[in-house]
Ligand binder design. Structure first.
Ligand code: SAM
Length: 283
């Protein structure tokens, strides 16, 4: 295997948005290490967290604390620094700006004509989606659900008609409450819970909210969680709609598989669908 030679010259001035691991330190990319090694300073959420990561990588850099609530003056100073120096922006874990600070900084740098680039890497939302097996042709990332019951229900009701998989960030203590609200506001939707992704106790569980609630009541969750909700079931308002779905499925699969697929997609009874699929085959 050939060796990788990383260039050692200094970086051009600008803002470098650098993704870091979401648990497993092995997930840092070669480019991320290279930029962290060659930048002039690192802007971060928590200097202790980033200090540990840099120590693990054998890198020592000035660490500047930044979040989107930082004083306007502090942000201006940071923007000014990026005119003459290479500043890396990292968050505690994962991709900066995805439910993490950076939006205002990137916006300000862009409007000042400062070079902004990103070094992509781990993101819990994307990993959760990949693992969930839920439809992923379209998805909507909706950040954290509100902690208060009423506000959480309002958000879920607002999202109820959107025909995509929904992705939320969640915390272990709030998981059961959120599942309960999903059962109430988005009935019959498949849900996936991705927990401790990339870590020792990684797991992804999928099911209806009732089943997942029963499981997590018996096994109180710990650690970090991504919660995903599948799209609404297609509405089958007539026998003709049902037949269209069955006939589409029968083009590529056996009657039993077609019935199982349509049952899953619509919530209709699998046995009746199988009987109808056999009729359609004969017709
Ligand atoms: N920017 C990060 C990213 O790219 O994933 C997310 C930061 S957000 C403040 C933290 C939330 O991300 C956690 O509460 C959890 O919902 C999710 N998360 C982060 N790491 C995770 C992991 N290893 N497994 C599951 N969810 C995780």
């Amino acid at each position: 295997m050939s060796e990788t030679h990383l260039p050692e010259h200094s970086l051009n001035p600008g803002l470098y948005i650098v993704a870091t691991p979401i648990g497993n330190l092995g997930d840092i990319t070669l480019r991320a290490i290279d930029v962290l090694r060659r930048c002039d300073a690192v802007a971060c959420e928590d200097t202790r967290v980033t200090g540990k990561l840099l120590k693990h990588l054998g890198i020592s850099k000035p660490l500047w604390r930044y979040d989107d609530h930082s004083e306007h003056r502090d942000r201006n100073r940071l923007v000014d620094a990026t005119r003459t120096r290479a500043v890396a922006l990292v968050s505690d874990a994962g991709t900066p700006l995805v439910s993490d600070p950076g939006y205002r900084l990137v916006n300000d740098c862009r409007s000042e004509g400062i070079a902004v680039t990103a070094i992509p890497g781990a993101c819990a939302a994307v990993m959760g989606l990949s693992l969930s097996g839920l439809p992923n042709d379209r998805f909507l990332f909706a950040g954290f659900l509100p902690a208060k019951d009423k506000a959480r229900r309002e958000v879920l009701e607002e999202l109820a008609t959107i025909d995509t998989t929904l992705i939320f960030y969640e915390t272990a203590p709030r998981l059961l409450k959120s599942l309960e609200s999903i059962r109430e506001c988005l009935p019959d939707r498949e849900v996936a819970v991705g927990r401790e992704l990339t870590k020792l106790h990684e797991e992804t569980r999928r099911g209806l909210p009732d089943g997942l609630m029963a499981y997590y009541e018996a096994n109180p969750p710990r650690g970090e969680i991504v919660l995903l909700v599948g799209p609404p079931l297609p509405s089958v308002s007539s026998e003709a709609d049902r037949d269209v779905l069955l006939m589409e499925a029968l083009e590529t699969m056996k009657a039993s598989q077609a019935a199982a697929q349509v049952a899953k997609a619509t919530g209709l009874d699998r046995k009746s669908l199988y009987a109808r699929a056999m009729e359609l085959r004969r017709e």
